[in-house]
Design a protein around this ligand. Sequence first.
Ligand code: ADP
Ligand code: MG
Length: 384
Amino acid sequence: MGALEVREGFTALYGTAPEGVWAAPGRVNLIGEHTDYNDGFVMPFALPHTTLAAVARRTDGVLRLHSADMPGAPVELRVADLTPESDRNWTAYPAGVVWALSQAGHEMTGADIHLSSTVPTGAGLSSSAALEVVVALALNDLHGLNLRGWQLARLCQRAENIYVGAPTGIMDQTASACCEAGHALFLDTRDLSQRQIPFDLAAEGLRLLVVDTRVGHAHSDGEYGRRREGCEKGAALLGVDALRDIPADGLDAALDRLGDEEEVRRLVRHVVTENARVERVVSHLQSDDLRSIGPILTEGHISLRDDFRVSCPELDLVVDTALAAGALGARMTGGGFGGSAIALVEETDVEPVTEAIEKAFTTAGHTPPRVFEAVPSAGAHRVD
Ligand code: ADP
Ligand code: MG
């Protein structure tokens, strides 16, 4: 659905024209998984898939929310009544953003919002962040708040953590708010400093395939929480603020110090090596050596599978099959337990790799995966 249809959809619903239409993308994380709550490095890029929002301000404190992707009439709430963890529906995401903005001292007088998205939901491609960021950007523009991308991302993270009640790091919202076309975003989650790293796959004759396994990651919250606690325990045992503070060349000494804490040792090893992998990928991209990142992606997958233990049979099947069919590298992306995987392939290998993955899923009796090419795209922006 394009901007015009979302605009018309708004008018049909609410009887007036919106003040504008905004877009925010989903994201794929190229490398740097489960590092964002350890003050570490991540490197996402924005997908061409976006969530669009047509928005108009109101003055009576009423918030009306509608999504073309969800059944039902607009949901009507009052800004003054918004309460964290009171809403188990999709409306908690946009309402949480309004709540976070008013908590931060920005007067919210109500709004009418109509949404429509092409970001697959629950596929590990951050449809939730796209939804939050598009609402935050629209209200930022309409109220003249002049908040920067990283500030909007922080507010959206608060919305998701506190209002929705989902523990997530800062990566997804920052990616959706700050990415640029043709680039990956090198983000230091400790101080939120960021660098746009050129990532022009097509110029090098390469493609990046995203494979949505269609395995929902909806019940992964408990596992995520356990990993997070394990990382915090590791940092505490090692006497550092966060695992980010363990340098790669200090890993062996750190593991020795953890003694028989086997689970914590594995978690620490993943986080420390993963941060180093992000830095290696950055350095290859900066010297226009895109093919060399392939093996680093694959190393990252093995670490997530064996040390962090957040993969699943379908994700492993994508990675193994892609590599066997000629991919330069492949790994799961996102939190794990389902969701999506990525594969870096020569442009001439797109078809054979795609076909091999589809065939492997059929043979294994899995639901057919959704495979598409991801072009690094623009972050959130106004479209109309
Ligand atoms: P992911 O962010 O990986 O797609 P999440 O579970 O974090 O998965 O977020 C998915 C949830 O976000 C959906 O279940 C729904 O509540 C909400 N959501 C995402 N996109 C939309 C949309 N276009 N309209 C309504 N709700 C949406
Ligand atoms: Mg999400």
